[in-house]
Design a binder for this molecule. Structure first.
Ligand code: PLP
Length: 261
């Protein structure tokens, strides 16, 4: 008798069929790396169901975008109503884009304006380009195990033990020269980060990190190493001298300890 959850024979057969047409069976670079062969038929609320009838509690939630679970009625209805009224992909401004952007800015502290992107890969690419343009510098620091999409300039250091300067490309086809302006640094390691920031000096354009890394497995920042510490140190070092850096670091550490308690 098939063992529930272990019987994935229909999923496997369907995956093989998908893979005849979709290279590797999967279009997402992150999921391709995970080697997952689970073919889903239905997703509702907190649950997904595969082709073999197995049901799973979904902690992934579309990598975070399904804030209200799968297919919530109020989102479904709003999408249906808007498409019926407006259409889709109109390739001109629509007042709804301004309204949606304002909502995001109202909800997220620190955001004044924004642009929308179709994928995380594009969003991180735009963010890095903006940082490089604004600073006139090229060097980017990312952390080991953090995933920022599959574009050449950030597709490195996604696996464990991948800290390197310059970074090592994660795939054939990425020109080695692209890595000259990318360093990968160990995560959860204050000394490694401090050392990299000092070595980068005035070549550094930006530090990019996942708030709580998820795509390479959950790698929570350990207490005392909040991303706030890491990023705070760098932002302050750009703007101020050493005395202000130490003061702000002390304040940041205090805030992090308060949260941890
Ligand atoms: C933190 C983060 N950045 C970027 C990406 C890339 O997004 P996309 O697959 O939409 O290109 C992902 C995808 O998992 C992600 O988790």
């Amino acid at each position: 008798m098939p063992v529930p959850y272990l019987d994935r024979s229909r999923s496997r057969a369907a995956f093989d069929e998908i893979a005849r047409h979709v290279a590797g069976g999967e279009s997402s670079y992150a999921r391709l790396r995970a080697g997952q062969e689970l073919v889903i038929t239905e997703a509702r609320g907190a649950t997904i169901r595969d082709l073999d009838g197995n049901e799973y509690l979904d902690y992934c939630m579309g990598y975070g975008v399904n804030l209200f679970g799968h297919a919530p009625a109020f989102v479904w209805e709003a999408v249906e109503e808007t498409i019926a009224r407006v259409g889709w992909h109109i390739a001109f401004p629509h007042r709804l884009s301004g309204e949606a952007a304002k909502l995001v800015a109202d909800l997220v502290p620190g955001i004044e304006q924004l642009r929308f992107a179709n994928s995380g890969t594009e969003a991180t690419q735009a963010a890095v380009r903006l940082a490089r343009a604004a600073t006139g510098r090229e060097l980017v620091i990312k952390f080991e195990g953090h995933y920022h999409g599959w574009a050449d300039h950030l597709a490195a250091g996604i696996g464990a033990a991948s800290a390197a300067r310059p970074a090592r490309p994660d795939s054939p086809g990425i020109p080695v020269g692209v890595m000259d302006s990318l360093w990968t640094v160990a995560w959860n390691n204050e000394e490694a980060f401090d050392e990299a920031i000092d070595a980068a000096g005035d070549r550094l354009a930006v530090v990019i990190c996942e708030v709580v890394p998820g795509s390479g497995g959950v790698l929570e920042p350990r207490p005392g190493y909040a991303h706030r510490y890491a990023l705070g140190r760098w932002f302050v070092s750009l703007a101020h001298g050493p005395a202000e850096i130490e003061q702000t670091l002390d304040a940041a550490r205090g805030a992090v300890e308060d949260v941890a308690e």
